[in-house]
Design a protein around this ligand. Structure first.
Ligand code: TYD
Length: 326
């Protein structure tokens, strides 16, 4: 999400960008390749390191806070980096923004609201109470609450966005859509958790980048905006679209043990962002978006290939552990 946003800023604005990234397993320098070095600088460091964060914030007009551990499955396995990066990292950014009076946009997820029952028509809004399910969403909810508190107590000029599930180029192969695409490209069967009937709302990463830039430039200070498409699909139906687009039979997948505490359905009402800031998603056809995403993964095996085996090995171990109950 961060590298796509930087690319969007480079293409559509005259701004210069300094990126602070720890370059954990989830990041890659190659995601920034081709960007003008005069306008885009990468600093390798930890968002929870106050010294480095303060030294960078001293020189910028605005902060867009993307840095987070973001994968639910990893948070169930090892919550520690989630608490450190998502909570302490956000606290560190907030204190730096407060020290320099810097405008902040905080990027978050709809998962802070918990989940909705399958089959209901309810959607979350900016006013929905937080009810997170996993260490990941719990730490994002904690981070969002810190931003709200700093905004109110210290008049920090902050906005927050909570988006639905994202897909598109440069997404790590641990996530649902790229995992299945790259499995198929490697000749391995896709893996569906449980019955595959969990529902997610899908947003193309370029539409997310446009939303974040719009809120940064024109959002009302102190406000939260939900970013979504209304395009809700069961996991199994997304997988069947991918299978069709990649010429595989529609039963070419394995069902594996379900994720513990697996959220049933996420759905959000993004009308505030649409009506007050005139944002609308441009990639509103999921099948077309998946098709171009599949093409991207076909053409960029050099980007995703090197980490793929390790991700599948880790998944394999956890999936076995869940299915034998140990
Ligand atoms: P994911 O991409 O991990 O995002 P999130 O947990 O934030 O929604 O997963 C999307 C959905 O796909 C979620 O319901 C879990 C499911 N899933 C699978 O069925 N198989 C997989 O291999 C993965 C990674 C996820």
């Amino acid at each position: 999400m961060g590298s796509n946003f930087v690319r969007h800023v480079m293409e559509t604005t005259p701004y210069r960008v300094t990126i602070l990234d720890k370059l954990t397993y989830a990041a890659s320098r190659a995601s920034l390749s081709g960007l003008e070095p005069e306008r885009c600088r990468l600093v390798v460091g930890d968002v929870a390191d106050a010294e480095v964060v303060h030294s960078l914030v001293a020189d910028v007009d605005a902060i867009v806070h993307f840095a987070a551990e973001s994968h639910n499955d990893n948070s169930l396995h090892e919550p520690d980096p989630f608490v450190r990066t998502n909570i302490l990292g956000t606290y560190t950014v907030l204190e730096a923004a407060r020290a320099y009076g810097t405008r902040l946009h905080h990027v978050s997820t709809d998962e802070v609201f918990g989940d909705l029952p399958l089959g209901s028509r309810a959607r979350f809004s900016e006013l929905s109470p937080f009810n997170p399910s996993s260490p990941y969403s719990g730490t994002k909810a904690g981070a969002d609450l810190l931003v709200r508190a700093w905004s109110r107590s210290f008049d920090l000029r902050a906005t927050i966005s909570n988006s639905c599930n994202i897909y598109g180029p440069f997404q790590h192969v641990e996530k649902f859509i790229p995992r299945q695409i790259t499995n198929i490209l490697r000749g391995t069967r896709p893996k569906v958790y449980g019955d595959g009937l969990n529902v997610r709302e899908w947003l193309h990463v370029e539409d997310h980048s446009r939303a974040v830039l719009t809120i940064l430039e024109r959002g009302t200070i102190g406000e939260t905006y939900l970013v979504g498409t209304g395009v809700e699909r069961e996991n199994i139906s997304v997988l069947r679209m991918i299978l069709k687009l990649m010429d595989r039979a529609d039963d070419y997948f394995d069902q594996v043990a379900d994720r513990p505490g697996h959220d049933a359905r996420y759905a959000i009402d993004s009308s505030k962002l649409r009506s007050t800031l005139q944002w609308t998603p441009q990639h509103d056809d999921l099948e077309a978006g998946l098709s171009s995403t599949i093409d991207w993964y076909r053409r960029n095996e050099s980007w995703w290939g090197p980490g793929k085996d390790a991700v599948e090995a880790a998944y394999g171990e956890r999936e076995n552990t869940r299915s034998d109950g140990s």
